[in-house]
Design a protein around this ligand. Structure first.
Ligand code: PAF
Length: 276
């Protein structure tokens, strides 16, 4: 695996590649990332992974400083996969001067995650576009775990005519259903045992909807109450349309149930799709 930290040598190295699949990450790789990378490898012989903890997508009070950085272990994991290239720049490379050009995002960036993490998607979209411009891949793989991020990157690529295919990778879960995430390691033993209840609660809503319940507001409220009684602080539980991420109405099909909630100081997100 070739490791680059500067843009010129990365570009030089990639210039002879005819088809590139890209997987952007913030490092601290786990089985969820590895599944995205394997997916990319099936679609292209040349896979580029990036590791960069992007300051632009953290609010001042969020966990930028304590976000787990495990570069050596990440490299070991990547070496075990057939990854051609790792791009791991430091901040001076991606932000040699203050990043003052930032994307203006559509209203979908202000709901769900955007309501509770204002500016988050602007930071994500800006760094993703920078990485796309640097690497110029043919396709990029994003996990469904960050469902709204995937949606926004797709919309950005469409509306800005970026010639890159955005490919979705499935969420990888622990045996009890908890979606894998770097933030899971903030959980102590007791919280880890409780954490799967976010997924179980979304699953419960899915089953109710499949059984014909269309009272989405009540389903959301009951789920919120249920988690609250178990000690969670819920940011949102919402039943939305997959295509627009706007609130679903009775009769809509192709739904997605999204949730974000805190266990003590750890914020977890998850989602489940309901197809026709
Ligand atoms: O999903 C992530 O890890 C990040 O949001 C991304 C896409 C690497 C941008 O920093």
């Amino acid at each position: 695996m070739n490791i680059f930290s500067d843009i010129a040598s990365l570009r030089q190295h990639l210039s002879s590649e005819r088809h590139i699949a890209f997987v952007p990450t913030m490092g601290n790789l786990h089985a969820g990332h590895l599944a995205l990378i394997k997916h990319a490898r099936q679609l292209s012989e040349c896979v580029v992974v990036s590791i960069f903890v992007n300051r632009l997508q953290f609010l001042p009070h969020e966990d930028f400083d304590r976000y787990p950085r495990t570069f050596e272990n990440d490299c070991k994991l990547l070496a075990g996969l057939d990854v051609n290239t790792l791009f791991a720049p430091d901040e001076k490379i991606l932000f040699p001067t203050k990043q003052e050009f930032l994307l203006a995002l559509p209203p979908v960036a202000d709901i769900l995650e955007g309501e509770f993490r204002p500016g988050f998607f602007r930071g994500v979209a800006t760094i993703v576009l920078k990485l796309f411009n640097i690497i110029q891949p043919n396709l990029a793989v994003f996990g469904k775990k960050d469902y709204q991020q995937l949606h926004i990157v797709r919309e950005m690529v469409n509306q800005l005519n970026v010639p890159i295919d955005v490919v979705a990778g499935e969420t990888v879960r622990a045996l009890d259903g908890l979606a894998l995430s770097s933030r899971n390691q903030y959980l102590n033993k007791e919280q880890r045992a409780e954490a799967c209840n976010l997924y179980q609660t979304l699953l419960h809503i899915k089953q109710a909807i499949i059984s014909g319940n269309q009272d989405f507001l009540t389903l959301q409220d009951n789920a919120t109450l249920h988690l609250a009684t178990r000690g969670w602080k819920v940011d949102y539980i919402r039943i939305q349309r997959q295509d627009s991420l706007m609130p679903a109405h009775p009769g809509d099909t192709r739904l997605v149930i999204l949730g974000a909630a805190w266990l003590n100081h750890t914020r977890l997100i998850d989602n489940i799709e309901i197809d026709d």
